[in-house]
Design a protein around this ligand. Structure first.
Ligand SMILES: NC(=O)c1ccc[n+]([C@@H]2O[C@H](COP(=O)([O-])OP(=O)(O)OC[C@H]3O[C@@H](n4cnc5c(N)ncnc54)[C@H](OP(=O)(O)O)[C@@H]3O)[C@@H](O)[C@H]2O)c1
Length: 325
């Protein structure tokens, strides 16, 4: 795998090109500010009445209504939520200049057909592998966040150098830009969200907490054991890898991990992971996401409300001294 870094990338394709960032949320804010600090001509495109206008302008960014930002730009980056891309693209297509470029930070909306870009457009992805808050703070520390990049459509012959120059300008070239495709990035990212870091790990923590509490352990101790140590292993794996993490812990913990880990994550878990990947590839999750938006995010709102009042959250608040009951 080739990891391209700043020195491998020509910044020139962005020279004199205005970039419109659509959306000023997690990624939009970070990417717009990083571009500005890299000397790129950037405008943030927002809906009329957007509460983000004041915030973006007080951070020194130029803002415009979505349609005006798009019409003024040679490169338009879609940083509104994925489930809005279908309608947003339909709205902006008439304003997109002939031969302009359209960029994404996630492969989902193109991979699953929410957006079918016009044939004259260059279409690329630079997908930072982490949240916008970290993308911004790493940039400010002179560091960067690794990203996957891909070209889906090369109408002008310039899509590849433009994608790389964009990745460099948001700081990802400092850590490395790794070649992928919209499909690979979207499928692997959705798989991870559901089965591993964002879906599997929290459910494992909750199941562990509930098992200990049901076994007579106090919620506070159960929380400290099952949830409170997560950042320690994350930091160790980040800095030393899984093999190095195992060498850094006590023999007791290492032997326990060796005996217990494969009992919990056995072949049935691997089978269900394969099911998740198959369903992602078949577009089942993309349908769920569209349905969720259509329902006004009913399921997400309900789950958020329930999660705030679980015994696990109450234990966390008591440990933090803010009175969980
Ligand atoms: N979250 C991450 O850190 C992360 C990491 C990697 C990749 N990504 C990708 O980055 C993209 C953006 O995700 P995000 O989490 O940053 O989004 P987000 O924070 O939810 O985006 C919110 C912004 O989008 C605007 N917006 C919402 N609906 C819109 C619409 N219909 N038309 C125009 N603007 C609209 C909002 O406008 P208002 O100001 O008017 O409310 C707000 O400024 C997605 O493709 C996502 O997969 C995200």
């Amino acid at each position: 795998m080739d990891l391209l870094r700043d020195d491998d990338i020509d910044p020139a394709p962005l020279t004199g090109k205005r970039v419109a960032i659509l959306g000023y949320g997690n990624q939009g804010r970070a990417q717009a500010l990083n571009l500005k600090d890299s000397g790129v001509d950037v405008v943030v495109g927002l809906r009329g009445g957007s509460g983000s206008t004041i915030e973006a302008e007080s951070a020194g960014l130029q803002t415009a209504l979505v349609e005006n930002a798009v019409a003024s730009a040679g490169l338009v980056i879609m940083l509104a939520p994925d489930e809005t891309h279908e309608a947003l693209y339909r709205e902006i297509e008439p304003q997109l200049r002939e031969g302009a470029a359209l960029g994404f930070s996630h492969g989902l909306s193109v991979r699953f057909g929410f957006v079918r870009p016009r044939a004259d457009l260059d279409v690329f992805m630079v997908a930072p592998k982490g949240p916008g808050t970290a993308l911004r703070s790493l940039y400010q520390q002179g560091k960067g966040m690794i990203a996957l990049w891909a070209v889906e459509q090369d109408a002008t012959g310039n899509a590849r150098p433009l994608a790389l120059a964009y990745g460099r300008a948001i700081g990802c070239g400092r850590a490395g830009l790794s070649a992928s495709s919209f499909a690979e990035e979207a499928e692997a990212d959705l798989f991870n969200e559901q089965a591993i870091v964002w879906g599997g790990v929290p459910e494992l923590l909750i199941a562990g907490f509930e098992t200990l509490v049901a076994g007579g352990v106090s919620p506070e101790v159960a929380y400290l054991e099952c949830v409170g140590e997560l950042h320690l292993i994350a930091e160790l794996i980040e800095s030393r890898g899984i093999a190095g993490m195992r060498e850094a812990i006590s023999n007791t913990a290492e032997l326990g991990a060796l005996l217990g880990g494969t009992r919990i994550v056995d072949d049935t878990v691997r089978q269900r992971m394969a099911d998740v990947l198959r369903e992602v590839r078949a577009g089942r999750f993309a349908e769920e996401l569209s349905g969720e938006k259509a329902s006004g995010y009913e399921r997400l709102e309900k789950a958020r409300a329930e999660a705030r009042s679980t015994p696990l959250e109450q234990a966390r608040r008591r440990l933090e001294g803010d009175g969980g009951s």
